[in-house]
Design a protein around this ligand. Sequence first.
Ligand code: 13P
Length: 391
Amino acid sequence: MPLVDMKDMLQHAYRHGYAVGAFEVISLDFLQGIMQAAEQARAPVILNLVEPHFEHFDFELMMPAVEMAASRAQVPVAIHLDHGTSLDSAVNAINRGCNGVMVDSSHLDFAENTDITKTVVETAHACGVPVEGELGYVPGVDGEAADNHTDGVAYTSLAEARAYVTRTGIDFLAISIGTVHGHMKSKPKLDYARLKQINEALKVPLVIHGGTGLSDDQYHRLISNGVSKINYFTALSDKVSKQIKENAKTQTANSYCGLTKDVTQVVAREVGHCLRLWGAAGRAAEVLAQCGAWIPVEHLIIYNTEQLNKADTETMIAEGRRVLSAIPGVREVFTGEAVQNDAKFQYTWLVRFCHPAVIESYRNHPAHIAFADNLFRPVASNRISIDYQAV
Ligand code: 13P
Protein backbone atom coordinates (compact mmCIF):
# COMPACT_ATOMS: atom_id res chain seq x y z
CA MET A 1 0.00 0.00 0.00
CA PRO A 2 2.52 2.70 -1.04
CA LEU A 3 0.10 5.57 -0.65
CA VAL A 4 1.98 7.67 1.90
CA ASP A 5 1.36 10.75 3.99
CA MET A 6 2.15 13.64 1.64
CA LYS A 7 3.37 15.84 4.48
CA ASP A 8 5.98 13.22 5.42
CA MET A 9 6.88 12.82 1.75
CA LEU A 10 7.54 16.52 1.16
CA GLN A 11 9.26 16.99 4.52
CA HIS A 12 11.65 14.23 3.46
CA ALA A 13 12.31 15.98 0.15
CA TYR A 14 12.80 19.30 1.95
CA ARG A 15 15.26 17.83 4.47
CA HIS A 16 17.25 15.98 1.82
CA GLY A 17 17.36 18.70 -0.84
CA TYR A 18 15.40 17.24 -3.74
CA ALA A 19 11.97 17.90 -5.28
CA VAL A 20 9.07 15.53 -5.87
CA GLY A 21 7.32 15.96 -9.23
CA ALA A 22 3.57 16.56 -9.15
CA PHE A 23 2.48 15.42 -12.60
CA GLU A 24 -0.99 16.04 -13.89
CA VAL A 25 -3.22 13.04 -14.54
CA ILE A 26 -5.51 13.96 -17.41
CA SER A 27 -6.15 10.49 -18.82
CA LEU A 28 -5.39 6.86 -18.10
CA ASP A 29 -2.42 6.97 -20.50
CA PHE A 30 -0.91 9.83 -18.49
CA LEU A 31 -1.52 7.94 -15.24
CA GLN A 32 0.19 4.83 -16.61
CA GLY A 33 3.11 6.83 -18.00
CA ILE A 34 3.71 8.69 -14.72
CA MET A 35 3.60 5.47 -12.68
CA GLN A 36 5.82 3.61 -15.12
CA ALA A 37 8.46 6.35 -14.87
CA ALA A 38 8.28 6.49 -11.06
CA GLU A 39 8.71 2.71 -10.81
CA GLN A 40 11.62 2.71 -13.25
CA ALA A 41 13.35 5.57 -11.44
CA ARG A 42 12.48 4.18 -7.96
CA ALA A 43 11.15 7.65 -7.12
CA PRO A 44 8.38 9.07 -4.93
CA VAL A 45 5.73 10.77 -7.04
CA ILE A 46 2.62 12.94 -6.70
CA LEU A 47 -0.41 12.36 -8.91
CA ASN A 48 -1.97 15.78 -9.48
CA LEU A 49 -5.71 16.08 -10.15
CA VAL A 50 -6.23 19.61 -11.41
CA GLU A 51 -9.77 20.89 -10.93
CA PRO A 52 -9.87 23.35 -13.86
CA HIS A 53 -9.20 20.31 -16.09
CA PHE A 54 -12.13 18.28 -14.74
CA GLU A 55 -14.07 19.46 -17.79
CA HIS A 56 -11.87 17.05 -19.80
CA PHE A 57 -12.58 13.93 -17.74
CA ASP A 58 -14.87 12.65 -15.02
CA PHE A 59 -12.97 13.13 -11.76
CA GLU A 60 -15.12 10.67 -9.83
CA LEU A 61 -14.64 8.03 -12.48
CA MET A 62 -10.90 8.65 -12.63
CA MET A 63 -10.22 8.44 -8.90
CA PRO A 64 -10.67 4.66 -8.49
CA ALA A 65 -8.04 4.17 -11.22
CA VAL A 66 -5.70 6.66 -9.56
CA GLU A 67 -6.10 4.91 -6.21
CA MET A 68 -5.56 1.52 -7.81
CA ALA A 69 -2.36 2.79 -9.46
CA ALA A 70 -1.12 4.03 -6.08
CA SER A 71 -2.08 0.89 -4.17
CA ARG A 72 -0.29 -1.48 -6.53
CA ALA A 73 2.83 0.69 -6.81
CA GLN A 74 6.16 -0.28 -5.26
CA VAL A 75 7.15 3.38 -4.89
CA PRO A 76 5.63 6.00 -2.54
CA VAL A 77 2.71 7.91 -4.04
CA ALA A 78 0.50 10.82 -2.92
CA ILE A 79 -2.72 11.93 -4.60
CA HIS A 80 -3.26 15.68 -4.67
CA LEU A 81 -6.10 18.03 -5.59
CA ASP A 82 -4.49 20.94 -7.43
CA HIS A 83 -6.15 24.34 -7.96
CA GLY A 84 -9.32 23.31 -6.12
CA THR A 85 -11.94 26.03 -6.41
CA SER A 86 -13.71 25.80 -3.03
CA LEU A 87 -13.88 24.13 0.36
CA ASP A 88 -16.56 21.81 -1.08
CA SER A 89 -14.12 20.75 -3.81
CA ALA A 90 -11.51 19.96 -1.18
CA VAL A 91 -13.96 17.88 0.87
CA ASN A 92 -15.15 16.05 -2.24
CA ALA A 93 -11.55 15.36 -3.25
CA ILE A 94 -10.68 14.02 0.22
CA ASN A 95 -13.78 11.83 0.26
CA ARG A 96 -12.87 10.51 -3.20
CA GLY A 97 -9.32 9.62 -2.17
CA CYS A 98 -6.99 12.64 -2.40
CA ASN A 99 -4.55 12.79 0.52
CA GLY A 100 -3.30 16.30 -0.18
CA VAL A 101 -5.33 19.35 -1.22
CA MET A 102 -4.84 22.83 -2.55
CA VAL A 103 -7.67 25.35 -2.82
CA ASP A 104 -6.39 28.21 -4.93
CA SER A 105 -7.52 31.60 -3.67
CA SER A 106 -4.27 33.31 -4.66
CA HIS A 107 -6.14 35.65 -7.04
CA LEU A 108 -8.02 37.16 -4.06
CA ASP A 109 -6.63 39.78 -1.71
CA PHE A 110 -4.43 38.72 1.19
CA ALA A 111 -7.19 38.75 3.85
CA GLU A 112 -9.63 36.72 1.75
CA ASN A 113 -6.95 34.27 0.65
CA THR A 114 -5.91 33.81 4.29
CA ASP A 115 -9.50 33.29 5.52
CA ILE A 116 -10.39 30.74 2.83
CA THR A 117 -7.13 28.85 3.23
CA LYS A 118 -7.53 28.74 7.03
CA THR A 119 -10.97 27.14 6.68
CA VAL A 120 -9.60 24.58 4.23
CA VAL A 121 -6.73 23.78 6.62
CA GLU A 122 -9.10 23.28 9.57
CA THR A 123 -11.29 20.89 7.61
CA ALA A 124 -8.48 19.00 5.87
CA HIS A 125 -6.34 18.63 8.99
CA ALA A 126 -9.36 17.16 10.80
CA CYS A 127 -9.13 14.46 8.11
CA GLY A 128 -5.35 14.05 8.49
CA VAL A 129 -4.86 15.65 5.05
CA PRO A 130 -2.10 18.25 4.51
CA VAL A 131 -2.77 21.49 2.65
CA GLU A 132 -0.86 23.54 0.10
CA GLY A 133 -1.63 27.26 0.05
CA GLU A 134 -0.55 29.75 -2.59
CA LEU A 135 0.46 33.32 -2.01
CA GLY A 136 1.32 35.69 -4.83
CA TYR A 137 -0.08 35.01 -8.27
CA VAL A 138 1.28 32.67 -10.95
CA PRO A 139 -0.55 33.60 -14.18
CA GLY A 140 -1.37 31.45 -17.20
CA VAL A 141 -3.20 28.21 -17.97
CA ASP A 142 -1.55 24.77 -17.74
CA GLY A 143 -0.85 23.32 -21.15
CA GLU A 144 -1.90 26.46 -23.05
CA ALA A 145 -0.23 29.17 -25.11
CA ALA A 146 1.38 32.23 -23.56
CA ASP A 147 -1.36 34.50 -25.01
CA ASN A 148 -3.67 33.10 -22.33
CA HIS A 149 -2.04 35.11 -19.62
CA THR A 150 -2.67 38.75 -20.08
CA ASP A 151 -2.17 39.47 -16.38
CA GLY A 152 1.31 39.61 -14.88
CA VAL A 153 3.11 37.75 -12.13
CA ALA A 154 2.37 39.00 -8.60
CA TYR A 155 5.48 38.10 -6.59
CA THR A 156 5.09 36.56 -3.13
CA SER A 157 6.06 39.03 -0.41
CA LEU A 158 8.09 37.74 2.53
CA ALA A 159 6.10 39.68 5.13
CA GLU A 160 2.79 38.37 3.79
CA ALA A 161 4.15 34.83 3.47
CA ARG A 162 5.19 34.86 7.12
CA ALA A 163 1.72 36.00 8.24
CA TYR A 164 -0.07 33.64 5.81
CA VAL A 165 1.78 30.53 7.01
CA THR A 166 1.29 31.38 10.70
CA ARG A 167 -2.38 32.33 10.37
CA THR A 168 -3.48 29.50 8.11
CA GLY A 169 -1.34 26.58 9.36
CA ILE A 170 -0.65 25.34 5.80
CA ASP A 171 1.85 22.53 5.32
CA PHE A 172 3.37 23.61 1.98
CA LEU A 173 3.62 27.06 0.45
CA ALA A 174 3.29 27.69 -3.30
CA ILE A 175 5.17 30.84 -4.14
CA SER A 176 5.30 33.15 -7.10
CA ILE A 177 8.83 34.15 -8.09
CA GLY A 178 8.61 34.42 -11.88
CA THR A 179 7.21 31.17 -13.29
CA VAL A 180 3.94 31.01 -15.27
CA HIS A 181 1.51 28.19 -16.02
CA GLY A 182 1.65 27.03 -19.63
CA HIS A 183 4.00 28.50 -22.20
CA MET A 184 6.13 31.47 -21.24
CA LYS A 185 6.18 34.67 -23.27
CA SER A 186 9.93 35.00 -22.83
CA LYS A 187 12.74 33.32 -20.96
CA PRO A 188 11.69 33.25 -17.28
CA LYS A 189 13.68 35.37 -14.84
CA LEU A 190 13.42 33.90 -11.38
CA ASP A 191 13.78 35.96 -8.22
CA TYR A 192 16.18 33.74 -6.26
CA ALA A 193 16.86 36.38 -3.60
CA ARG A 194 13.17 36.46 -2.73
CA LEU A 195 13.02 32.65 -2.72
CA LYS A 196 16.03 32.38 -0.43
CA GLN A 197 14.58 34.87 2.05
CA ILE A 198 11.22 33.10 2.14
CA ASN A 199 12.85 29.72 2.61
CA GLU A 200 15.18 30.87 5.38
CA ALA A 201 12.39 32.66 7.22
CA LEU A 202 9.66 30.03 6.96
CA LYS A 203 11.33 26.63 6.71
CA VAL A 204 8.29 24.96 5.08
CA PRO A 205 8.47 22.90 1.89
CA LEU A 206 7.97 25.29 -1.04
CA VAL A 207 6.06 24.55 -4.23
CA ILE A 208 6.61 25.80 -7.76
CA HIS A 209 3.65 26.05 -10.13
CA GLY A 210 4.34 26.44 -13.80
CA GLY A 211 7.25 23.99 -13.67
CA THR A 212 7.57 23.63 -17.44
CA GLY A 213 10.25 25.41 -19.42
CA LEU A 214 13.06 26.07 -16.95
CA SER A 215 16.71 25.25 -17.49
CA ASP A 216 18.50 22.51 -15.54
CA ASP A 217 20.36 25.19 -13.62
CA GLN A 218 17.13 26.98 -12.73
CA TYR A 219 15.60 23.76 -11.36
CA HIS A 220 18.72 23.13 -9.29
CA ARG A 221 18.74 26.61 -7.83
CA LEU A 222 15.05 26.35 -6.95
CA ILE A 223 15.58 23.02 -5.21
CA SER A 224 18.63 24.17 -3.30
CA ASN A 225 16.47 27.01 -1.92
CA GLY A 226 13.68 24.90 -0.44
CA VAL A 227 11.50 23.96 -3.43
CA SER A 228 10.32 20.41 -2.66
CA LYS A 229 7.41 19.99 -5.09
CA ILE A 230 7.33 21.00 -8.75
CA ASN A 231 4.03 21.00 -10.66
CA TYR A 232 4.51 19.95 -14.24
CA PHE A 233 2.11 19.52 -17.11
CA THR A 234 2.63 21.70 -20.20
CA ALA A 235 5.77 19.89 -21.36
CA LEU A 236 3.97 16.54 -21.07
CA SER A 237 1.02 17.91 -23.02
CA ASP A 238 3.33 19.36 -25.72
CA LYS A 239 5.34 16.17 -26.17
CA VAL A 240 2.23 14.02 -26.36
CA SER A 241 0.55 16.37 -28.88
CA LYS A 242 3.69 16.37 -31.04
CA GLN A 243 3.81 12.57 -31.04
CA ILE A 244 0.13 12.30 -31.97
CA LYS A 245 0.69 14.70 -34.89
CA GLU A 246 3.67 12.63 -36.05
CA ASN A 247 1.59 9.46 -35.78
CA ALA A 248 -1.10 11.14 -37.86
CA LYS A 249 1.47 11.66 -40.63
CA THR A 250 2.89 8.16 -40.53
CA GLN A 251 -0.09 5.96 -39.68
CA THR A 252 -1.70 4.49 -42.74
CA ALA A 253 -4.96 4.09 -40.85
CA ASN A 254 -5.60 7.08 -38.57
CA SER A 255 -7.42 5.12 -35.90
CA TYR A 256 -7.72 6.49 -32.37
CA CYS A 257 -5.54 3.64 -31.08
CA GLY A 258 -2.98 4.29 -33.80
CA LEU A 259 -2.79 8.00 -33.01
CA THR A 260 -2.52 7.59 -29.23
CA LYS A 261 -0.47 4.39 -29.00
CA ASP A 262 2.71 6.15 -27.80
CA VAL A 263 1.19 8.47 -25.19
CA THR A 264 2.13 6.37 -22.15
CA GLN A 265 5.69 5.95 -23.36
CA VAL A 266 6.14 9.66 -24.17
CA VAL A 267 4.80 10.67 -20.74
CA ALA A 268 7.02 8.09 -19.02
CA ARG A 269 10.14 9.35 -20.83
CA GLU A 270 9.58 12.99 -19.85
CA VAL A 271 8.52 12.20 -16.27
CA GLY A 272 11.57 9.95 -15.83
CA HIS A 273 13.81 12.79 -17.02
CA CYS A 274 12.29 15.15 -14.42
CA LEU A 275 12.54 12.63 -11.59
CA ARG A 276 16.25 12.22 -12.27
CA LEU A 277 16.90 15.92 -12.82
CA TRP A 278 15.13 16.95 -9.60
CA GLY A 279 16.91 14.36 -7.45
CA ALA A 280 13.90 12.15 -6.63
CA ALA A 281 15.18 9.08 -8.50
CA GLY A 282 16.45 6.31 -6.24
CA ARG A 283 14.71 7.74 -3.14
CA ALA A 284 11.70 5.39 -2.98
CA ALA A 285 13.03 3.01 -0.33
CA GLU A 286 14.10 5.70 2.15
CA VAL A 287 10.82 7.59 1.67
CA LEU A 288 8.81 4.42 2.26
CA ALA A 289 10.83 3.66 5.38
CA GLN A 290 10.53 7.15 6.82
CA CYS A 291 6.98 8.22 5.87
CA GLY A 292 3.72 7.21 7.47
CA ALA A 293 1.61 4.91 5.31
CA TRP A 294 -1.81 6.26 4.37
CA ILE A 295 -4.22 3.72 5.88
CA PRO A 296 -7.99 4.12 6.15
CA VAL A 297 -10.08 3.21 9.20
CA GLU A 298 -13.23 1.10 9.16
CA HIS A 299 -15.76 2.39 11.69
CA LEU A 300 -17.99 -0.62 12.36
CA ILE A 301 -21.32 -0.58 14.14
CA ILE A 302 -23.54 -3.63 14.52
CA TYR A 303 -26.96 -3.06 16.05
CA ASN A 304 -30.60 -3.99 16.45
CA THR A 305 -33.45 -1.54 16.28
CA GLU A 306 -36.13 -1.31 18.94
CA GLN A 307 -39.69 0.04 18.52
CA LEU A 308 -39.10 0.56 14.80
CA ASN A 309 -40.69 -1.47 12.02
CA LYS A 310 -38.70 -2.49 8.95
CA ALA A 311 -39.91 0.40 6.79
CA ASP A 312 -39.02 3.00 9.44
CA THR A 313 -35.65 1.34 9.98
CA GLU A 314 -34.95 1.64 6.25
CA THR A 315 -35.95 5.32 6.30
CA MET A 316 -33.57 5.95 9.20
CA ILE A 317 -30.77 4.10 7.36
CA ALA A 318 -31.34 6.09 4.16
CA GLU A 319 -31.17 9.36 6.06
CA GLY A 320 -27.98 8.21 7.78
CA ARG A 321 -26.37 7.32 4.48
CA ARG A 322 -27.27 10.75 3.09
CA VAL A 323 -25.90 12.84 5.96
CA LEU A 324 -22.92 10.72 7.02
CA SER A 325 -21.44 10.29 3.56
CA ALA A 326 -21.10 14.07 3.20
CA ILE A 327 -18.95 14.43 6.34
CA PRO A 328 -15.33 15.34 5.53
CA GLY A 329 -13.07 12.29 5.57
CA VAL A 330 -15.86 9.74 4.99
CA ARG A 331 -14.89 7.61 2.02
CA GLU A 332 -17.87 5.27 2.00
CA VAL A 333 -20.95 4.39 4.04
CA PHE A 334 -21.99 0.76 3.74
CA THR A 335 -25.28 -0.17 5.37
CA GLY A 336 -26.36 -3.77 5.60
CA GLU A 337 -28.85 -6.21 6.97
CA ALA A 338 -27.77 -9.64 8.25
CA VAL A 339 -28.08 -12.46 5.76
CA GLN A 340 -29.02 -14.84 8.62
CA ASN A 341 -32.42 -14.17 10.26
CA ASP A 342 -31.09 -15.33 13.63
CA ALA A 343 -27.96 -13.14 13.65
CA LYS A 344 -27.26 -11.58 17.04
CA PHE A 345 -27.21 -8.16 15.38
CA GLN A 346 -29.48 -7.56 12.42
CA TYR A 347 -27.97 -4.35 10.99
CA THR A 348 -24.59 -2.78 10.33
CA TRP A 349 -22.99 0.51 9.44
CA LEU A 350 -19.53 0.23 7.99
CA VAL A 351 -18.18 3.73 7.57
CA ARG A 352 -14.76 4.07 5.96
CA PHE A 353 -12.66 7.01 7.17
CA CYS A 354 -9.72 8.18 5.07
CA HIS A 355 -7.46 8.50 8.15
CA PRO A 356 -7.53 7.84 11.93
CA ALA A 357 -7.96 11.61 12.56
CA VAL A 358 -11.50 11.26 11.23
CA ILE A 359 -12.53 9.07 14.20
CA GLU A 360 -12.66 12.20 16.33
CA SER A 361 -13.76 14.80 13.75
CA TYR A 362 -16.60 12.52 12.59
CA ARG A 363 -17.75 11.89 16.16
CA ASN A 364 -17.90 15.65 16.82
CA HIS A 365 -19.32 16.70 13.45
CA PRO A 366 -22.71 18.45 13.87
CA ALA A 367 -24.33 16.32 11.13
CA HIS A 368 -23.22 13.13 12.87
CA ILE A 369 -24.29 14.35 16.31
CA ALA A 370 -27.75 15.39 15.03
CA PHE A 371 -28.33 12.09 13.24
CA ALA A 372 -26.97 9.92 16.04
CA ASP A 373 -28.75 11.73 18.88
CA ASN A 374 -32.12 12.22 17.18
CA LEU A 375 -32.60 9.31 14.81
CA PHE A 376 -30.17 6.49 15.62
CA ARG A 377 -29.24 6.15 19.28
CA PRO A 378 -32.84 6.40 20.61
CA VAL A 379 -33.80 3.29 18.58
CA ALA A 380 -30.51 1.35 18.71
CA SER A 381 -29.35 1.06 22.30
CA ASN A 382 -28.32 -2.54 21.59
CA ARG A 383 -25.16 -1.97 19.54
CA ILE A 384 -21.43 -2.49 19.35
CA SER A 385 -19.17 0.14 17.82
CA ILE A 386 -15.46 -0.39 17.03
CA ASP A 387 -12.86 1.31 14.78
CA TYR A 388 -10.50 -0.96 12.84
CA GLN A 389 -7.38 -0.22 10.88
CA ALA A 390 -5.95 -2.68 8.36
CA VAL A 391 -2.99 -4.73 9.57
P1 13P B 1 3.00 23.82 -16.25
O1 13P B 1 1.81 23.38 -17.03
O2 13P B 1 3.50 25.15 -16.67
O3 13P B 1 4.07 22.78 -16.21
O4 13P B 1 2.49 24.02 -14.74
C1 13P B 1 1.71 23.05 -14.13
C2 13P B 1 1.16 23.55 -12.84
O5 13P B 1 1.67 24.43 -12.23
C3 13P B 1 -0.07 22.89 -12.31
O6 13P B 1 -0.49 23.47 -11.11
